[in-house]
Design a protein around this ligand. Structure first.
Ligand SMILES: [Mg+2]
Length: 263
């Protein structure tokens, strides 16, 4: 029996901890900022023949607000930060419809823009210096503690398997995680059944887990799946402006605030 503690307060016994990736295990804001800026730039470029100058002028702020793109930051609760690629694509097409494109044209243009932005992203990833997102501060000692205590760890993310594995491998973290649940799994998060699917892989009931994420959708999913409320934990330290997490959930501001105690 291993008891999870936050700043010295017992949160109950756990057999497994489920981690969100982006904004929890990884500091993804710099990459997301580059990606969102590239999508805006490419969208304006691609729309040049389809829209007049006034419509394109209108399009930029629509896209920026839809993406949660601020001067040099990404809104941690916005769609770039939280939603899957296809939801971002739909949001892009919706912005294009608002400035006058028909839906089929808007969807096709969005698909071209996203494909090009992905290619640019892949080229950047091939570059050594920007290979992958950094891990959040103090993560490794916390994973080592969990492993030493025999508590299983898993990733539940809306990134694809290749993205999750690339991140873990790049930081030598793969051996700390017993199971992964990606955007390719069904159902995807934030469906509570995603938690059940991952728990089945781990062989651990949801009631004996903790889940740590940086979005309210993560925390709501955890509770709906049967993880006790006090172990649906918000992680705030990965963003330049802290995510607006629902206050009744305990919040973690640094991995060093968590500890384990024996029976
Ligand atoms: Mg996240």
């Amino acid at each position: 029996m291993v008891c999870l503690q936050l700043r010295g307060t017992a949160l109950g016994d756990v057999d497994a901890v489920l981690f969100d990736k982006d904004g929890t295990l990884s500091i993804s804001e710099p990459q997301l900022l580059t990606l969102a800026q590239a999508r805006v730039f490419l969208c304006l470029e691609q729309a040049e023949s389809a829209l007049d100058a006034a419509a394109r002028l209108e399009l930029r702020p629509l896209l920026e607000r839809a993406y949660g793109l601020r001067a040099e930051a990404i809104c941690p609760a916005g769609i770039t930060a939280v939603a899957s690629r296809d939801h971002n694509l739909i949001a892009t097409a919706t912005a294009l419809v608002q400035v006058g494109l028909g839906w089929p044209e808007a969807l096709a243009l969005s698909e071209r823009v996203f494909a090009e932005a992905d290619q640019a992203d892949a080229r950047r990833s091939a570059d050594h210096t920007t290979r992958t997102s950094a891990t959040t501060d103090g993560l490794l000692p916390w994973l080592e503690q969990l492993q030493a205590a025999g508590v299983a760890c898993a990733v539940i993310s809306n990134d694809d398997m290749a993205g999750i594995e690339h991140f873990l491998d790049s930081h030598g973290l793969a051996s700390y995680f017993s199971a992964l649940w990606s955007a390719e799994h069904r159902p995807r998060k934030p469906d509570p059944a995603a938690v059940h699917g991952l728990c089945a892989q781990l062989g651990v009931p949801a009631a004996r887990c903790a889940l740590i994420g940086d979005a309210n959708s993560d925390l709501q999913m955890a509770v709906a799946a049967g993880i006790p409320h006090q172990r649906a934990l918000g992680y705030t330290a990965a963003w330049s402006s802290p995510p607006p997490l629902a206050e009744p959930h305990p919040l973690i501001h640094s991995w060093s605030e968590l500890s384990l105690s024996g029976p």
